[in-house]
Design a protein around this ligand. Sequence first.
Ligand code: MN3
Length: 404
Amino acid sequence: MHWTPKNIFYSDINMPAIPQRIALLGSTGSIGSQALDVISRFPDKFNVEVLTGWNNIDLLTSQARKFQPDSVVIGNVEHYQQLKENLQGTNIKVYAGSEAIEQVVSSSTVDVVIASIVGYSGLRPTIAAIKAGKRIALANKETLVVAGEIIGRLVKESGSQIIPVDSEHSAIFQCLTGETGNPVEKITLTASGGPFLNWSAERLKNVKPGDALKHPNWDMGCKVTIDSASLMNKGLEVIEAKWLFDLTPEQISVIVHPQSVIHSFVHFADGSVKAQLGVPDMRVPILYALSYPDRLLSDLPRLNLAEYKSLTFAEPDVEKFRNLSLAYFALKKGGNMPCILNAANEIAVNAFLDEKISFLKMPDVVEYTMERSLFSPSPDLDFLEVTDREARIMASGFINKLRN
Ligand code: MN3
């Protein structure tokens, strides 16, 4: 089976002006902070126009003072007064609430939106930015996992562009650049395997959140780090890849590559395979998403292959890490199933972090919820909202049952 890149999500038309005016959603998170690090390296190329955070007003305040955006939005309205006081004496406009986030991303003074809110809550603001025709540097994979089909339609309608920030998808995107029209057989996403790669099932029973939060290669937020340890992150990325690059489930494979040096592969119809390599540092794909189709001169860390004795690869162990199979199942089933998978997983990860369930119970929560939720083959956004809410209730109920 051959596939030709269709350029649904990206095109060379409607390039943002330089300097790009950037709205950074989720600036206080891990990707958000690394994006600001990248932006600060190119003051003549990138301007911060908007910063948004949810709870962390101290960090949001110091980011706002340093980058002097036009406006700042705090998602949690309870912090509004405090943030306003913190930014007194500056010209920065202060807003609060999720509707304000959706409004600022549509502003005519924004060229690019970096969507780095974690989880389902990133969906609405990202959709608002797409509808406004902005270029999206997409770090929130849940947007495509939950609503990939709808997003694809909206992108086409509005002329928006989505450039992936996720390192694997950035790698695929880079391998495909310049290949428009050339047939692709499949792609291979690499997975680090997380901190428990070679642990026995017995040992996995007693994993504590602290163990799972020590990722060997990448510096990431809590949610992504747990997902990475349970292979759910890779499962979500398989679904993300389907929508970004218009692939069938059979065209997406996963290989464990513990060194995280090769970020992914594209296999072309002529037998050639392209890969993209680099040190595991999210600032590199963030910079590419902002500078695409150009490459800017940076002093980010360089890859020195001689430091690696070997690069190794292995099939993922889907019996020990069942989340990956569950994600493939959700992808093949389609409709609202990936939304159910994602909602149940967010609840399961929180329960694990709160030490309410063990590491190996997380896939049980996801599977239970997928089996019992109301399935719809072609949900609209409102139905997805209901699906998300009900799946969370069901997953939480199951967790309570497990504990009694
Ligand atoms: Mn990734």
